[in-house]
Design a protein around this ligand. Structure first.
Ligand code: 2DT
Length: 217
């Protein structure tokens, strides 16, 4: 009997908006409570040689120009594609923190051309689901500041407006508003996780063949 392939599920959005917490909760839920083969990974994958260059760049230890670092982020995804494809075909659902959408949004926020930014990632594995963490209308109850490059309010707001272009661009894209309805606080973790689980369940049910499609083709 042929194994049904797993799903590629992406978590996208600004820094410090809850992607890591929620992707870990989902991964534990799928593997421990649902018995689904599942692995969680994150881009940049700082464990590879390319990832180590990116890590040093993000920590401001080395410099690259904007085009070069964009290509390194993309190369860091490409170097993982063979093992990701293999895992999906073995039936593993992959939960991935950031993907090519971050690549485009962050580089475009620095002023790079959209088409050029996208071109390096054409042909990556196409996700089955993209969960976009956002704060709905402007809300000030999130703090984006941190020590790494890009972690300033001003830059994050530029990135946010670039992410907007992907909204409604495909049926795989789902918005997760992390702010509660009166726009004053973060929603509680459980309610966000429950919403995510519904989308994931739907997405897993939709996989009817083992075909793996290519991104932006
Ligand atoms: P984390 O804090 O999630 O480790 O991300 N970034 C990420 C890019 O500029 N391009 C990319 O292609 C990716 C995947 C987002 C570290 C920072 O790297 C940015 C924040």
């Amino acid at each position: 009997m042929c194994t049904k392939r797993g799903a590629l599920i992406i978590f996208e959005g600004l820094d410090r908006i809850g992607k890591t917490t929620q992707s870990k909760l989902l991964s534990n839920y799928l593997s421990e409570e649902c018995g689904i083969l599942c692995e969680r990974l994150a881009f940049p994958d700082r464990s590879t040689q390319i990832g180590s260059l990116i890590d040093n760049y993000l920590q401001r230890k080395i410099e690259f120009n904007d085009h070069t670092i964009h290509l390194l982020f993309s190369a860091n995804r490409w170097e993982c594609m063979d093992s990701m494809r293999e895992k999906l075909l073995q039936g593993y659902t992959l939960i991935v923190d950031r993907y090519a959408y971050s690549g485009v949004a962050f580089s475009q926020a620095k002023g790079l051309d959209k088409k050029w930014c996208q071109s390096c990632d054409i042909g990556l594995i196409k996700p089955d689901l993209v969960l976009y963490f956002n704060r709905g209308i402007q809300s000030n109850c999130l703090s984006y500041t941190g020590d790494e490059r890009y972690e300033t309010k001003q830059f994050q707001e530029k990135v946010e407006s670039q992410f907007e272009q992907f909204r409604s661009s495909s049926h795989q894209w789902k918005d997760i508003n992390v702010i509660n309805s009166d726009n004053t606080n973060m929603r509680d973790k459980e309610s966000i996780q429950n919403e995510i689980r519904l989308y994931v369940k739907e997405s897993l049910e939709k996989i009817k063949s083992n075909n793996i499609e290519e991104l932006w083709k």
